[in-house]
Design a protein around this ligand. Sequence first.
Ligand SMILES: [Mg+2]
Length: 219
Amino acid sequence: MIRLIAFDVDGTLVEHPERLVIWQLLNRRFLGDLAVSDQRYFDFMDGKFDYDAWVAMDVSDWITAGAHRNEMAEEVRQLRLIPGAHEVLAELKTRGYKLAVISGTLDLVIEEFFPEHPFEAIYTNKVLFDREGKLKGWEATRYDMEGKARALESLAKRFHLSLEQCAFVGDHENDVAVATAAGFSVGFNPKTPKLEAVVDEIVRSESLHPVLEFFPPIG
Ligand SMILES: [Mg+2]
């Protein structure tokens, strides 16, 4: 019996018209274009540096560019909610599930789109601001790629659950490890056959609503 459902963010709860994620939007804003951003992605995938170093490079460049909280919020607002996200999360809570986020996104995205705090745990990267709202630092929480599976283990422990009682909903290659680790997993508009191969169910829909059918009320 599933007790906790963890969600990916980009492509699962929010989306961008050109499928960009917040890292790309901020790199484009503060570095001028996406060239550096794209190169860092490929270098990371090639194993040239680790996740922490990748986060450090991006955020340091934004700090150097004088990034302000308001400017970053403008970029966050270029994302939009997946239709039905709020309703589905509220209904899942009503049905008795604990909800969580496990994502390589920034905490700013969750604060902007989910001010009602439907999540009992949020595993994302964090950015820190000074009193004037200038970006001053970060916490790289390694909850992307393989780290997503470790985050689910940590969540399970925190809520005294087994991994079998934890579900995951995600859309992309960085969700393969956590979808495999979870007791039940849903690929929401999966972008890669690698994810399709490991999930229990696949939903292809504009709206998140069909996900509800897999999670009946906890009796
Ligand atoms: Mg995603």
